[in-house]
Design a protein around this ligand. Structure first.
Ligand SMILES: *Cc1c(COP(=O)(O)O)cnc(C)c1O
Length: 378
């Protein structure tokens, strides 16, 4: 491979220490008791990052596995689930809910701004009869950060359990699972925590465990079932063999995160600087409000083709940025400034490559992107 800088909103760059951790000698994770203590240590690191005393489970699989596990383990046929939707991942929850027999009530908000907790409350006042609610913390395709704390406050007021997809937020923005009262928060390894894709994690509250343990029907799925994860340490038994090399990498990434006291501040400052840079150059951000400091989505200038832009950026400048997905695939470009991507030098190099590429494609920019960026951070 080359030295391509992958400034996408996951997978991100990973640190050399994380890469090297994958090459460590392995043991038999089902039989070596030391591995159970290692895994417990890793769980306590995640509890620190999430600010929670809830159980945290780390599963082998991509973020979607965490999301689907929460749905599979909670839903019984006919359960009413509130799916809060202001973007592609938000609505995507509806498919998982239906797949496990739940009845979806979709609450739609505009895609270009964060969910409005007051409007949500007005809806719940009329009908609060839901087993749980789902929402996405950061809508990665559009770069919007939803006000998780306020949304959860409303849900808790009506005794509705919360399932929060924080895959592209956790590690890049402040998260307080216990003081906010989140029931299930799920994340992935390859976004702001900057490990390779391959692990997902969930924090599970007492109330969520109670709901899962009091099911009348069996969970449809084995790999997805959270129930066998309740006593892994006491029983010294995982539901299946753990992907030990991925876990070594993930654990090292957690150490790097915990050792970096400026990590959240860096996301805040770089996020602001990227947004201001694009605006000052005459480009347009997608969202009207509620920008995430982990990813910036901006409107693709007219006449630019992403495939061509990507090829020029990669071939000439060794930098990759992303387009978007679903109905925004043709309209949005995205810079992932999360985790290991979130350093001034890397963003400077990205903006310089983007500046030169856009000009080559005939786009006029008011000033050079990388120069505005440097000024914004000065
Ligand atoms: C990345 C991501 C996931 C995991 O999905 P993949 O596209 O398969 O990586 C889930 N939810 C959100 C919000 C994400 O950004």
């Amino acid at each position: 491979m080359n030295d391509l800088l992958i400034m996408t909103p996951g997978p991100t760059e990973i640190a050399e220490s994380v890469r090297k951790a994958m090459a460590q000698p392995i043991t038999n994770p089902d039989l070596d008791l030391k591995f159970f203590d290692f895994y417990a240590e890793m769980v306590s690191k995640l509890q620190n990052i999430l600010h929670t005393e809830n159980d945290v489970i780390v599963m082998s699989g991509e973020g979607i596995l965490g999301l689907e596990s929460a749905c599979a383990s909670l839903i019984e046929p006919g359960d009413r689930v509130l799916v809060i939707d202001n973007g592609i991942f938000g609505r995507g929850f509806a498919d998982f809910v239906r797949l496990y027999g739940g009845e979806v009530e979709l609450v739609e908000f505009p895609d270009d701004r964060p969910v409005n907790p007051d409007k949500l409350e007005a809806i719940l006042k009329e009908d609060p009869n839901y087993k749980f609610a789902t929402f996405v913390h950061c809508e990665t395709p559009t770069g919007i950060l939803n006000p998780a704390e306020e949304i959860i406050e409303v849900l808790n007021k009506y005794n509705i359990l919360s399932v929060v997809d924080s895959v592209s937020a956790v590690g890049g923005v402040p998260i307080e699972v216990d003081s906010w009262g989140v029931d299930i928060l799920l994340g992935g390894s390859q976004k702001c925590l900057s490990a390779p894709p391959g692990t997902t994690f969930l924090s599970v509250s007492e109330a969520a465990w109670e709901m899962i343990n009091n099911r009348e029907t069996e969970v449809h799925g084995y790999y997805l079932n959270l129930i066998p994860w309740q006593n892994w340490y006491e029983d010294k038994k995982f539901p299946y063999t753990q992907a030990i090399s991925d876990i070594y990498a993930f654990d090292q990434a957690l150490d790097n995160w915990l050792g970096d006291k400026n990590v959240l501040l860096r996301h805040k400052e770089n996020g602001r600087a990227v947004r201001n840079t694009l605006k000052r150059a005459g480009l347009k951000l997608f969202a009207k409000d509620g920008y995430s400091d982990t990813v910036t989505a901006f409107k693709k200038p007219a006449g630019v083709d992403y495939a061509e832009l990507n090829q020029i950026m990669a071939d000439k400048y060794n930098v990759m940025i992303a387009s978007s997905v679903g109905k925004y695939a043709e309209d949005i470009l995205r810079i992932g400034h999360m985790g290991e991507n979130c350093y001034e030098e890397k963003i400077y190099r990205t903006l310089k490559a983007l500046d030169k590429t856009l000009r080559e494609l005939g786009v006029e920019l008011k000033e050079e992107l990388q120069l505005i960026f440097a000024e914004e951070l000065a």
